[in-house]
Write a protein of this length. Sequence first.
Length: 104
Amino acid sequence: MSDETVPVMVHILGKEYRIACKRGEENALLESSRYLDEQMREVKQRGSVIGTDRIAVLVALHMATELLKHKGALTERRSDALSQRLRAMQRKIEGAIEEAKPYI
């Protein structure tokens, strides 16, 4: 994939933004912008936050919290899997040492 960028028009809260995007990643950008637009519209409809900037910050904080939560869960699963593999390797090494003791 090339590092060439292409302009992509996205719509968020009724405003149009022209975003430079790597060629081939346009659909991911459009999907992300639709998700962001949906989240911002939900906050705006609740009426508890006034101002586009404040809505954007609130949504960004919520999305960052969710991202970090998922990242932590993924790291924990990887850590558990690694611990299990290390314990299995340790058992194999200990077994091999026990088998080799008569010859040492």
